[in-house]
Design a protein around this ligand. Structure first.
Ligand SMILES: Cc1cc2nc3c(=O)[nH]c(=O)nc-3n(C[C@H](O)[C@H](O)[C@H](O)COP(=O)(O)O)c2cc1C
Length: 202
């Protein structure tokens, strides 16, 4: 579908990222030109699908900083969606620790005033960590719209540490992609001013 609205979809390494292909299709069907960025771990999980994802979006999948002198391959964003957002990515983003490209891009988007939505996917054990609440408060204060946590794992019991493989792929299918896109669309017009379009050189 032809569109002039550009969505930078940034995924980190929680299991729903395995369903990002469907999310790309959904976003395109809603009229978004989608550019997909993945944290290094998420890109590793999806390593066999990266070519297909690039083909599905029509843009290279980005997971690392470009080399000096390389041109920026993506069009500027009208909105950025960070989903799924891990405990690690949310904390790094809030603290400004831009050790990977996705966090750096999301951090710059705050400074550029690009409409930002994030969908945390963090289990109950990790949400109890003292930094987590602080990170969410920092991101909210910076203008990031945070959707409810899409934790698909129990707060205790097997897999409760959020690091163990969840059973049989549960979680990817139930991720609230449509709600996330609806939030992005509500956020979009607010910040979509020419001076706010993000033309990062990264
Ligand atoms: C199978 C599996 C599922 C995971 N699910 C989650 C999750 O839902 N949420 C989370 O915060 N971390 C989860 N993790 C841990 C993250 O992948 C890990 O913290 C990683 O360092 C996150 O890196 P990133 O934020 O750069 O993608 C999971 C790890 C594995 C192996």
């Amino acid at each position: 579908m032809p569109t002039d609205r550009v969505l930078h979809l940034l995924g980190s390494a929680a299991e729903p990222v395995l369903g990002v292909r469907a999310a790309v299709g959904l976003a395109r069907a809603r009229g978004w030109d989608v550019c997909l960025g993945l944290t290094p771990t998420a890109a590793d999980w999806l390593r066999d699908d990266l070519d297909a994802l690039a083909e599905a979006t029509g843009h290279p999948v980005k997971s690392r900083f470009r080399r000096p002198g390389d041109r920026e391959p993506w069009p500027a964003a009208d909105a950025v969606l960070v989903a799924p957002a891990t405990f690690n990515t949310l904390n790094c983003w809030a603290l400004g620790i831009t050790g990977n490209w996705v966090v750096g891009h999301a951090a710059e988007a705050i400074g550029k005033g690009v409409p930002l939505v994030a969908v945390p996917r963090v289990n109950g054990a990790l949400t109890a960590h003292p930094q987590y609440g602080r990170s969410l408060a920092t991101l909210r204060e910076a203008g990031v719209e945070l959707l409810p946590n899409a934790d698909g794992l129990p707060a205790d019991g097997p897999g409760a540490d959020g690091l163990a493989p969840p059973p049989s792929g549960a979680g990817a299918a139930g991720f609230p992609w449509a709600a996330a896109l609806a939030a992005v669309e509500r956020a979009g017009p607010r910040g979509r001013r020419e001076g706010n379009r993000w033309d990062s050189g990264r």
